[in-house]
Design a protein. Structure first.
Length: 298
């Protein structure tokens, strides 16, 4: 621990150094066993939504391949564990067959131990080791049988961030978000200003990037589903119109429709009034007029 602080130039006085070390020692002594798991569970509850989202996304292989591949993350070809890339360089003699390794398998295996480390300083030291020594070891193992200049394997910050995102997305440990928050909450101020803390921030940025990519994918899927529903409704409406038109056409061309045409056309009916009816009508009218005159006289 003292060696760690000696690497940091943020602590200017011996008094500050002692205070930071005492703070760290007390944290390591107090934050253990039941108290550690209590605080850890509280962190999980505080980040419950994001952890559920990470769990869903990290188990979605199509999402990982389409949104978190080396190409999407802009990782340089020499760090993509591409077997075809090695063919561009001369193979060293007497090196045997190349070993089959998953990309950054050693780094992923080492970083998964962060859940079994209680000390915040221990977590930070593990993250630092994974992002530096383990990443370099993985790349060296991949290229050890080929004659490639060392400068082509120098990792800059942009490539390292892409590699860290890839590692976080493949380690299948969504609780890493709570681990990062634990470190940020309990590490002393001077440590948070140290160079090692940058690697912890890379882990945090990797979690945020995965969530952002997941939200982008979900939004696109909703838009496609909405468009698909609109197209299906439009097709169903057009089909119903076509069916109605076909039914109407069948009715106009069917024999039954033609045979029943005469019955539906208006028929002129000729009414012939008989003489007896006319005489009866006239007699009735005459009688009515005669009775009316009689009444008026009275």
């Amino acid at each position: 621990m003292i060696q760690f602080y000696a690497l940091d130039d943020q602590i200017k006085s011996e008094k500050d150094l002692k205070r930071e070390i005492v703070f760290n020692l007390m944290t390591n002594v107090v934050l253990t066993s039941e108290l550690y798991f209590l605080v850890y569970n509280l962190q999980n509850l505080a980040n419950e939504h994001d952890i559920k989202q990470l769990k869903r996304l990290l188990s979605d292989k199509p999402f990982l391949e389409n949104y978190l591949s080396f190409q999407i993350l802009n990782v340089a070809p020499n760090f993509q564990f591409d077997w075809n890339q090695r063919l561009k360089f001369k193979k060293l003699d007497n090196t045997g067959e190349p070993s089959v390794l998953e990309p950054y398998a050693l780094t992923i295996e080492a970083l998964q131990k962060i859940s079994r480390t209680e000390s915040p300083m221990g977590k930070l030291d593990l993250v630092y080791t994974c992002c530096t020594a383990k990443v370099v070891e993985d790349i060296s193992q991949f290229w050890k049988q080929y004659d490639i200049p060392s400068k082509k394997l120098a990792i800059d910050t942009d490539n390292l961030q892409g590699i860290v995102i890839y590692v976080v997305s493949r380690m299948n440990c969504p609780q890493v978000l709570s681990e990062v928050n634990m470190c940020q909450a309990f590490l002393p101020p001077a440590v948070r200003k140290s160079s090692r803390f940058i690697y912890l921030e890379m882990i945090s940025a990797a979690c945020s990037f995965v969530l952002e990519q997941g939200a982008k994918r979900d939004k696109l899927m909703k838009q496609k589903k909405r468009k698909s529903d609109v197209d299906e409704n439009r097709l169903a409406f057009n089909k119903s119109i076509c069916d109605e038109d076909e039914e109407a056409a069948e009715m106009t061309t069917s024999p039954q429709f033609n045979s029943g045409t005469a019955a539906t056309e208006p028929v002129e009916v000729e009414f012939v009034r008989s003489n007896s009816f006319d005489m009866k009508e006239e007699n009735t009218l005459g009688d009515f007029m005669q009775r009316r005159q009689t009444v008026q006289k009275q």
